[in-house]
Design a protein around this ligand. Sequence first.
Ligand code: ZN
Ligand code: ZN
Length: 271
Amino acid sequence: MTTPYICITCGTQFPPSERPPERCPICDDERQYVGWSGQRWTTLDEMRRDHRNEIRDDLGLTGVGTAPSFAIGQRALLVRTPEGNLLWDCITLIDDAAVAAIRDLGGIRAIAISHPHYYSCVVEWSRAFDAAVYLHAADRQWMMRPEPVVEFWDGDTKTLWSGMTLIRAGGHFAGGTVLHHPQGAGGRGALLAGDIIQVVQDRRWVSFMYSFPNYIPLAAAEVDRIVASVEPYEFDRVYGAWWDRNVESGAKESVRRSADRYKKALAGAAT
Ligand SMILES: [Zn+2]
Ligand SMILES: [Zn+2]
């Protein structure tokens, strides 16, 4: 009997094994942390007993998140287009009710993920919908379950369908990716950014970090690179990684202004 174990702190699923793995490399990395009571594991069956998925609107897109919150607590977003739906970012729990509800919405053609902290149970999600999986090749080493369905794309951008583009922004992870959705925000364009461009508590602003839990900032040059990577695209909105964590409008200017504020702080000048 083998089980694909799941790390409780980061929500990453590992390949099937007889016993839980010794360590979780994602949590051992300085961008994450091992839970205070030590490395602990769960399984999908265990999770299904006391968690369920919630599917609801999040500022015009369909959000998919787990309640109560699990691991890092991100919600995924289903971008619906006539040419097929994209699941942006991924979550750990997959349950029958969510699969049925998403099938009713047209299923999933492909899954793209901002960075390794949200790789979660992507292989299970891909199997349930026969969906392609696009991850940036620069983060290949962090994919704990690199099955053949996973396509590691290389370079600065990858064109999808319906005008959507995956953009390698880097920063928090070398392959850190954001999605440009030109029809988003009522046709004004949206970026789906995970925490590569992090929408902060004051949702008129964003920020950038190498590690969020451990507060390790990024160098000014990295911040410049992130801003430059999205500069060619029109967008009025940024969707962050959690429910309702979005810059609703004026987001392109917000990204520029937030980068300036950040770099000023790094340089030692109060804003
Ligand atoms: Zn972990
Ligand atoms: Zn992260």
